[in-house]
Design a protein around this ligand. Structure first.
Ligand code: CP
Length: 298
């Protein structure tokens, strides 16, 4: 049994957060990776490009052995439970499982069974995506952003976003004083989830004076729901365009965890423009996940 897991930001103490962020930045700046003698399995019950591949690349750079479970060819298709799958992997010598699951809190639930493998939450339902939050913070840390003065706008489907969930908990912990949450009413929480957050019903109000704007993916899988805006309406009201950024702080950067819907939540000119940190986030994802593995086995 182990209690060393990455479940969410609120399960990390300040020292853990600082260690992961500073190590991710050091690795990005060329520090020598540690050797981690461990085997990790990627177990994804939902699709992923960035998270799965970057955990695999991170493990490889640390000399870890990686097993990618192809879910559609695994015994999960025969009805094997998650608990049994993980116990089976543990019996074969797997030390850690990077787990993405559609149910909120499913990774924490598995940790409570007392599994002997170290669990990394790679996204659970609409609850948490801690490695994404950490890599986003590492990107700004690497650019010497002063979190204590940061004005951050987060725009889109805040209510259902696990990226926003973990991000908000982390930005609050890092002392960000001004977090503007903006989106259609159906995508906003009813009250600000953390003390530093405020709710905005228009994009302009959220972006005004912001140092960083984080756009969130509109989830097409939900778009057929009654009351959800169509693509054109959403882009007109909430899609980030160059013109929206005129009122932002000079040097304002644009972030997005990906995958992006071009022409829906973000204009391609902004996604590919000079303010965009989208690919920098992807790159820092590998270094942050290396830092997470070093912490997990440190
Ligand atoms: N940001 C993110 O989680 O992307 P993937 O779904 O591609 O892993």
């Amino acid at each position: 049994m182990t209690d060393r897991h990455l479940l969410d930001i609120d399960r990390l103490d300040d020292e853990d957060i600082e260690r992961i962020l500073s190590r991710a930045c050091a690795l990005a700046a060329g520090a020598t990776p540690s050797d981690v003698a461990a085997t990790v399995a990627n177990l994804f019950y939902e699709p992923s490009t960035r998270t799965r591949v970057s955990f695999e690349l991170a493990a490889g750079r640390l000399g870890m052995r990686v097993v990618n479970i192809e879910l559609e060819r695994s015994s999960a298709t025969k009805g094997e439970t998650l608990e049994d799958t993980v116990a089976t992997l543990e019996a074969m010598g797997v030390d850690a499982v990077v787990l993405r699951h559609p149910e909120s809190f499913r990774v924490a639930q598995l940790a409570e069974t007392g599994t002997g493998v170290r669990l990394v939450n790679a996204g659970d339902g609409s609850n948490a995506h801690p490695s994404q939050a950490l890599l986003d913070a590492a990107v700004l840390r690497a650019r010497s952003v002063d979190f204590a003065r940061l004005k951050l706008a987060i725009v889109g489907d805040i209510r259902h976003s696990r990226v926003a969930g973990s991000g908000l908990r982390l930005w609050q912990r890092l002392g960000v004083p001004d977090i503007r949450l903006a989106g259609p009413a159906s995508m906003l929480p009813s009250t600000p989830p953390v003390p530093a957050a405020s709710l905005h019903d228009d994009l302009a109000g959220a972006v005004e004076g912001a140092d960083a704007v984080m756009m969130l993916r509109v989830q097409h899988e939900r778009m057929d729901r009654a009351g959800w805006p169509d693509r054109e309406t959403y882009f007109a009201d909430w899609g980030l365009k160059e013109s929206d950024l005129a009122a932002a702080a000079p040097g304002c950067v644009v972030m997005h965890p990906g995958p992006i819907n071009r022409g829906m939540e973000i204009d391609p000119a902004v996604a590919d423009g000079e303010r965009s940190l989208i690919l920098e986030q992807v790159k820092m994802g590998v270094f942050t996940r290396m830092a997470i593995f070093e912490w997990l086995f440190g």
